[in-house]
Design a binder for this molecule. Sequence first.
Ligand SMILES: O=C(O)CCC(=O)C(=O)O
Ligand SMILES: [Fe+2]
Length: 273
Amino acid sequence: MNTDLTQEQIECYRENGFIVIEDFLNEEELNHWRKVVTEAVDKRKGRALPDRDEVEEDADRTFVDKVFDQLINLWQDNEEIKNIMHDERLGKMAAQLAGVDGVRIWHDQALFKQPWGNPSTLHTDTPYWSFHNHEALSIWVALDDATLQNGCLYFLPGSHKVTHFEPAGFSSDMDELFKKYPELKKYTAVPAAMKAGSCSFHCGLTVHGANANMTPNPRRAMTCAYMPEGSVFNGLRNILTKSQFEKLEKGDLLADDNQNPLLYSKNLDRKNV
Ligand SMILES: O=C(O)CCC(=O)C(=O)O
Ligand SMILES: [Fe+2]
């Protein structure tokens, strides 16, 4: 795994709100991730989360179900995914890019855009999560070549400096988000085509989406969202279990290791002391 970041890459991420890292996994690692993720997805049998069928119960399912298969928190019911996801080096990369002292896993997510799958509508991520933190971010690892034909990601560079924590996007209209952010309509979307084994990181407030999959093969990706250490509950349930949700008050620290394990913390990093 190619986990060393240069200062230039960090600056590029901060400026644009995303970065692509070519050849992130070597061939052996890619084959392992593919095998393990595909098996874990098959075992889930379409259930979005370990404890529930759907995460956004009021979403337009007829459209969303054909955007991608979305299986969340596979690490919680699959030991091999847990081993992949609980890698301190991933947490360190996320913390370095975001410029924070530490990160917890918010959730992992397999996103398989099936052949002829719908576009992933332009959206931001963080507004849907149970904490509002400008520095939250995700890694997106390509398990297949992600191309202009099969639905690679597109980003609006610099849009993370414009957006805020109100939910935006996620309807069946690609341009829905611009109702909230008319100033972004003039931005040019940049495609992040990448070879299998490459990855991108994006800030949860960077506007992003993908085209339809115009090929007869799936476009598979494994992703993980990272919550900066010290983030507090904002009242949204999202991936929290019913019992966690019922116990939390707005402003409470989100630090339950069973749900959001601490992946990296500068203060605990043996190499930094
Ligand atoms: O895989 C896709 O098409 C969309 C991914 C996405 O929105 C994300 O990783 O936040
Ligand atoms: Fe997203």
